[in-house]
Design a protein around this ligand. Structure first.
Ligand code: NOJ
Length: 557
């Protein structure tokens, strides 16, 4: 059997709004992406995942779609999109689009119809319910973007469900006609020649039809609805149906975004025998620095938790399903600021983090700017933030009595705008991102951190990523070897080995700014080998230098 192409691929995520603006309106666009394809080709990636470019009121930066078959004029036209596909394909780059079908915009014609009357044929495309006897919302569910998950509509005296913003009503996947319309739309894009989909919160689409109240925690205003829609009762049936109607027989790639999915779920979703998805995005490793399931309630990361978590995913899916590997995306803070050191060791720790992730089994994802070590931002003024999640959270936490300082600290550490500041192309005004006023301020470190200077420096993070990407292509052990965690108890060293019939790959990563002693057995193993890749010139086989990341290959006799 031939290996699926996406097992040897590295994906690069583009957040179009912040990538490259060619019109001067302060917002990135599709022609801007085309302009940078050679840059991406040079990095060596294989696949581009495009965050949504569909027609949208942009309440949630395009994750609220008004028309699935139209390009938002902010980003260009369908001709631009066709040109992007052709230009990418001519460079042997694939394009995967975002598929947002847990919800639409409230301005989507289906919702406009649905809202117009109880007997409209589209009424059942969304989730409408009567209020409780006291007239309050049908359940106590909280929205992921704060407030109730239900919005009252006066005209028809019912509530509709929105797990995210009010302007993002949830689609009703119980309705076969709606599902058919979604499948037709997916086929439209695949017939155009796109190479797959990243599916937004796809494990939320099947809701428990009993709609029970969620458990209330003390100090919280709303109940937790998670158990009633995360990996819901008909999710596998829906995904298998989608596979049959859309994906089957096409050589494309699918990745499902799945908050709340555990390895046992992931096995089912990604086992090729089940014909559902190729891989999923887990959230587990991104939640280890939070307390009590609240992303804003931050605690320091215990490296042992991170190691165990990766071990669990690497070993559970080995031989059955497939992992996706990521540190960053448009919803997460910048990894070098989070688990690395964005001060003195910025370059070193960015390379170490890349090493740690890219030597595992799975398909790695790089988020724009990660390849040059972009960092979190620190806007003093709340008004500089644009993200709806951040702004709603500020209001809700203030009402709960959190101080301004505490909330701002949480935003600095976890806010999604950290990832969304414009791409830093060069040291010119607005980092070469736009000739106009950027929709979100540029990080003020752009003069020293930018792509142009990275390209000029052969030791840059950019070239390090380039090397990691090419190693994956050349070394089968990276794609197929088994995984074993080493130095489990260490608080600072993340070490593991990969193994196949021919050899052993030893991956050593120091997550601290101090030297770390290696276990004797590791030292013995690596002492006659030279590193395949390393961010350190000054090797000492007994210890790792601050933020060192080194990989050794030992050939079996
Ligand atoms: C997950 C997306 O990644 C995020 O950006 C978005 O806000 C929500 N889903 C809602 O679509």
């Amino acid at each position: 059997m031939t290996t699926a192409w996406w097992k040897k691929s590295t994906v690069y995520q583009i957040y179009p709004k912040s990538f490259n603006d060619t019109t001067g309106n302060g917002v990135g666009d599709i022609p801007g992406i085309i302009e940078k394809l050679d840059y991406l080709k040079k990095l060596g990636i294989d696949v581009i995942w495009l965050s949504p470019v569909y027609d949208s009121p942009q309440e949630d930066n395009g994750y609220d779609i008004r028309n699935y078959r139209m390009i938002d004029e902010l980003f260009g036209s369908m001709e631009d999109m066709d040109r992007l596909l052709a230009e990418a394909h001519s460079r042997d780059l694939k394009i995967v689009m975002d598929l947002v079908v847990n919800h639409t915009s409230d301005e989507h014609p289906w919702f406009v119809e649905s809202k117009s009357s109880k007997d409209n044929p589209y009424r059942d495309y969304y989730i409408w319910k009567d209020g409780k006897a006291d007239g309050g919302p049908p359940t106590n569910w909280g929205s992921i973007f704060s407030g109730s998950a239900w919005k009252y509509d006066e005209q028809t005296d019912q509530y509709y469900l929105h797990l995210f913003a009010e302007k993002q009503p949830d689609l009703n996947w119980e309705n076969p006609k709606m599902r058919k319309d979604v499948y037709n739309m997916m086929n439209f894009w695949l017939d155009k020649g796109i190479d797959g989909f990243r599916m937004d919160v796809i494990n939320f689409i099947s809701k428990d039809q009993a709609y029970p109240d969620g458990e209330m925690k003390s100090g919280e205003k709303y109940g937790n609805p998670g158990p009633y829609f995360v990996n819901g009762p008909r999710i596998h049936e829906f995904l298998q149906e989608m596979h049959g109607e859309v994906l089957s027989g096409r050589d494309v790639m699918t990745v499902g975004e799945m908050p709340g999915a555990e390895p046992e779920d992931a096995k089912v979703y990604t086992d090729p025998d089940n014909q559902e998805l190729d891989m999923i995005f887990t959230f587990e490793h991104m939640s280890l620095d939070e307390e009590g399931g609240d992303k804003w309630n931050i605690k320091p990361l215990d490296l042992r938790d991170l190691k165990e978590n990766f071990e669990k995913w690497q070993t559970s899916l080995h031989g059955t399903g497939w992992n996706s590997l990521y540190w960053n995306n448009h919803d997460q803070p910048r990894i070098v600021s989070r688990f690395g050191d964005d001060g003195a060791y910025r370059e070193k720790s960015a390379k170490m983090l890349a090493t740690c992730l890219h030597m595992m089994q799975g398909t790695p994802y790089i988020y724009q700017g990660e390849e040059i070590g972009m960092t979190n931002v620190h806007f003093e003024d709340l008004n500089d933030y644009q993200d709806i999640e951040t702004l709603n959270m500020y209001k809700e936490k203030s009402e709960l009595g959190w101080s301004h300082e505490r909330i701002m600290e949480a935003i600095y550490t976890k806010g999604r705008d950290n990832a969304r500041t414009p791409m830093q192309w060069d040291g010119s005004k607005n980092s070469g991102f736009t000739g106009g006023t950027p929709w979100l301020p540029v990080n003020d470190n752009y003069k020293s951190i930018n792509a142009e200077s990275a390209l000029q420096n052969k030791d840059s993070i950019f070239y390090y990523y380039q090397k990691l990407i090419s190693l994956r292509k050349g070394w089968d052990i990276i794609t197929s070897g088994s995984f074993k965690l080493l130095m489990r108890e260490s608080l600072n060293v993340f070490a593991y080995q990969r193994e196949n019939s021919e050899g052993i790959l030893v991956v050593l990563c120091n997550f601290s700014n101090e030297e770390q002693r290696l276990e004797e057995e590791i030292t013995t193993n690596i002492k006659n080998a030279s590193p395949l890749i390393s961010n350190e010139n000054n090797f000492k086989y007994r210890e790792l230098q601050p933020f060192e990341g080194s990989v050794y290959y030992i050939h079996k006799e």
